[in-house]
Design a protein around this ligand. Structure first.
Ligand SMILES: Cc1cc2nc3c(=O)[nH]c(=O)nc-3n(C[C@H](O)[C@H](O)[C@H](O)COP(=O)(O)O)c2cc1C
Length: 414
């Protein structure tokens, strides 16, 4: 019987264990987690979501408080058009986060960074170009483009000296989206080095509507593999979303996937950035506690635990400090939803906003508990202490369980 370890992901001459840990912003997939996965011979992701805040936490920089100070006078206004990112600061924060992570890398694996197009940052092209090129400058092994179609993202860095040597990949949820990406980038004569096909059971934002349950990863994988074959394109395809056991992973590798991308099982590891008490919420969650809703201002449906404190919190928009979701016109749908509630409840000390959330603030504070659909199974992956708490796992334990297990078995920790 085959297991994941019988397969290898081939990148040129480099051979990797075909397990990728997906990017989880904001700093849920920490440098520590990515470094551990690279040490074990797989691919780990860090994320550049709210990178200034991550730099402040990791290195004691003061990017967020400085930005807030600069724009404080604007806080009461709903017009955020003048709240801009300083590109030099964005570059410095990215270089801090990526550079220090890459310096610490040991082992044969790789470290990639997850870059979401939906972080439009009030100047989508300029900020994305800076995020991508600063990550390349700082030595990242690869960049995974996510949360968006990224039709123009390769072109933003086509003149970068590492454009053809770093690994560049894209996340899609359909063969159609991949076709669009390839057509749009044909003139660059540079194919992606890998394509992640993310199905409807994944965590974070989904590339599906609220009818996500009608789709399944194996079917979409089949469509993407058929499409690539018909186009005579040899691009490694990585399956993602709902792959919970080594046997699940092996089935995709046998179907023709070059690797699998997993995340949910790593949310309850020591190396994961979620606070310990939130990890316990992930363990405790039942299937009924998990929902896909539309409260993310990005416009994409997002999966999360229903009791996330950020749902309905109704805080004042924090764009002067963060502002990562402001569009080209300085707008975010949370600002509109918040203003509507304030208008409706004049004089109230606090309002509740149910249809949107201030995603920057709540993801920064780990108050939106985004998760994969299989989160309710996490309790079966560990032991329970007499006080009822669940034992947090090591990333090595979970990684090896994916790598070596067969027969749908899940190894419990010692
Ligand atoms: C807590 C959490 C946060 C996530 N955040 C992101 C993100 O910031 N960007 C992204 O592209 N995908 C994100 N994802 C998706 C994962 O990278 C991954 O592709 C997917 O969750 C894999 O499926 P699994 O969780 O069922 O293993 C997130 C997933 C989880 C569980």
């Amino acid at each position: 019987m085959k297991r994941v370890d019988d397969f290898r992901l081939q990148f040129g001459k480099q051979e990797l264990v075909p397990i990728v840990i997906g990017g989880m912003g904001v700093d849920i997939s920490t440098a520590e987690l990515a470094l551990e996965v690279a040490r074990l011979g797989g691919i780990g992701h860090i994320s550049d979501a709210l990178v200034q805040s991550v730099s402040d936490r990791r290195f004691g920089t003061k990017f967020i408080s400085q930005k807030l100070k600069k724009y404080k006078a604007n806080a009461a206004s709903s017009d955020k058009t003048n709240v801009h990112f300083n590109l030099a600061e964005l570059e410095e924060a990215t270089r801090n986060h990526v550079g220090q992570t890459m310096e610490a890398k040991r082992g044969d694996g790789m470290i990639f960074i997850n870059c979401m197009e939906k972080l439009t940052m009030n100047a989508p092209r300029e900020t994305l170009r800076m995020r991508l090129s600063a990550a390349l400058d700082a030595g990242i092994d690869g960049i995974t483009l996510s949360a968006g179609l990224h039709l123009g993202s390769f072109a933003l860095i086509e003149d970068h000296p590492r454009f053809r040597d770093a690994k560049l990949g894209i996340i899609v949820s359909s063969a159609r989206a991949l076709g669009m990406f390839l057509r749009k980038n044909a003139r660059l004569n540079r194919l992606p080095d890998y394509v992640v096909v993310e199905g409807p059971l994944a965590g974070g934002h989904l590339g599906f509507g609220l009818d996500w349950a009608k789709y399944d990863l194996a079917t979409i994988m089949g469509e993407v593999l058929t499409f690539l074959k018909a186009e005579h394109l040899d691009i490694p395809v990585i399956a993602a979303g709902g792959i919970f056991t080594g046997s699940d992973a092996t089935a995709f590798l046998e179907q023709g996937a070059a690797a699998v991308q997993v995340a949910t099982r790593f949310t309850v590891t020591q190396e994961c950035g979620l606070p310990d008490k939130v990890k316990q919420e992930y363990f405790k969650a039942s299937e009924e506690d998990i929902e896909v809703n539309t409260i993310s201002p990005t416009g994409y449906p997002m999966r999360m635990i229903k009791s996330s404190p950020g749902i309905g919190a109704g805080i004042r928009p924090n764009c002067e400090a963060y502002g990562y979701l402001l569009d080209t016109n300085g707008r975010c749908s949370y600002i509109d939803a918040y203003n509507r509630e304030v208008e409706l409840h004049q004089g109230a000390k606090k309002v509740k906003v149910m249809d949107k959330t201030c995603l920057c603030t709540h993801m920064r504070n780990f108050d939106i508990w985004t998760c994969g659909q299989t989160t309710w199974r996490l309790k079966d992956t560990t032991r329970r202490a007499p006080d009822g708490s669940y034992q947090v796992l090591s990333a090595e334990h979970v990684f090896h369980d994916y790598q070596f297990s067969t027969d749908q078995k899940i190894a419990l920790p010692d």
